[in-house]
Design a protein around this ligand. Structure first.
Ligand code: FES
Length: 370
């Protein structure tokens, strides 16, 4: 009688038929794993940190190799396709599949948008390309938010504007560092009466309805193109069930636009107080500031100043309806794009990495359509 218990095993077609089974996909390289783990340290592996981690690798190694991306996907428990999709979406990341495509160690990006074009970008590109050493590459780039000082170039995280061939090449050869502009810091801002309104809000001597009424009376509107009335937006957001998060778009990218940069590098606490009052009024738990990657000096300023707010107890989320807890302010680097990718701020459920609007009204509409 035949042995009905013995089952003949067939090799899975994906294994290639004969011989030993091979795991699918690109495998983890132990060296790349050590490098990525050393860079990430104990930083959270949450999926909303993806762009931050891609920046870390790009900054350290000058590109994103396939081996590093595989390790990152594994560390973050994400599909390789998702990591690859995001990494290849942004022009500032250099994704390479083999060492032959590794970019030169230094990249000079020259803005060729309208203002820089009018002030000599084409000639600058031509002369830089002719005079740069072999270990320097010259690339065209879109507006860097330095139109008031055109023509602009960027080398790593340093912006030179107005730039000449000599200043750009000198900066490319000698490592340059971010220089902080003179700005109104926490003490100076407080001395001039700053944070008085936020303190009143946190002390419950103001109400959200009162502030919303003031905004409605003022006719203040958003500057994002739709011109949506700010008071109405706060009312809509307050009506949504929590938890609520606030996303601040400091990633201006329209050619010829540098208003955010100008404002943030002069008077950052005026922006921070407004942001915290808004978060208090709509009872947002956490705040995500998406700052344009071409503004490293503003990032340095915010990294210095935000902890002062936290130390002064101004970042707390005391509201009528939620107990006091520390509101977290997340500072994220962004690179020019036409909107806010919801994958960054709202981890689940990622369906696409393409930019799309994330107005509160849109969010609730699109959520209801799922
Ligand atoms: S057009 Fe060149 S920096 Fe804006």
């Amino acid at each position: 009688m035949a042995d009905t218990k013995s089952v003949k095993r067939h090799s899975h077609p994906g294994r290639g038929g004969r011989g030993a089974a091979h795991p699918k996909g690109r495998q983890i390289d132990a060296n790349a794993q050590d490098q990525v783990r050393a860079l990430l340290g104990d930083k959270p592996r949450d999926r909303d940190m993806l762009i931050e981690h891609l920046h870390l690798i790009q900054d350290r190694y000058g590109c994103l190799s396939a081996d590093h991306l595989v390790v990152l996907a594994d560390e973050m428990k994400m599909a390789m396709t998702e990591v690859y999709e995001v990494a290849t979406f942004y022009a500032h990341f250099d994704v390479i599949t083999d060492d032959a495509n590794r970019p030169p160690p230094v990249t000079i990006r020259v803005c060729d948008s309208v203002t820089c074009e009018m002030l000599g970008a084409e000639q600058l590109i031509a002369e830089l390309s002719k005079n740069a050493d072999a270990d320097i590459r010259v690339l065209r780039a879109p507006c860097m938010g330095a139109c008031d000082k055109a023509p602009a170039v960027a080398i790593g995280h340093t912006q030179i504007a107005p730039a000449t061939v000599d200043t750009a090449l000198a900066a490319a050869k000698n490592k340059t560092h971010v220089k902080l502009p003179n700005y109104v810091d926490f003490n100076a801002y407080e001395k001039e009466g700053g944070y008085a309104l936020l303190r009143e809000c946190l002390g419950n001597t103001r109400t959200p309805d009162e502030l919303i009424e003031t905004l409605n009376d003022s006719g203040l509107r958003g500057l994002g193109g739709a011109g949506f009335p700010t008071g109405r937006k706060w009312t809509f957001v307050r009506a949504e069930t929590g938890p609520r998060l606030m996303a601040v778009n400091a990633d201006e990218g329209e050619p010829g636009t540098f208003k955010d940069r100008w404002f943030l590098e002069q008077d950052p606490h005026r922006f921070l107080e407004g942001m915290l009052i808004g978060a208090w009024a709509v009872e947002a738990q956490d705040i995500y500031i998406y700052l344009r990657d071409e503004y490293p000096e503003i990032r340095e300023i915010l990294l210095k100043e935000i902890p002062k707010l936290e130390a002064a107890g101004l970042a707390e989320s005391r509201t009528y309806s939620s107990p006091s807890r520390r509101r977290r302010i997340h500072l994220r680097r962004r690179i020019r794009d036409a909107g806010i990718d919801r994958r960054q701020a709202w981890p689940p459920p990622p369906q696409t990495t393409l930019p799309r609007p994330n107005w509160p009204i849109w969010s609730s509409y699109s959520d209801s359509q799922r």
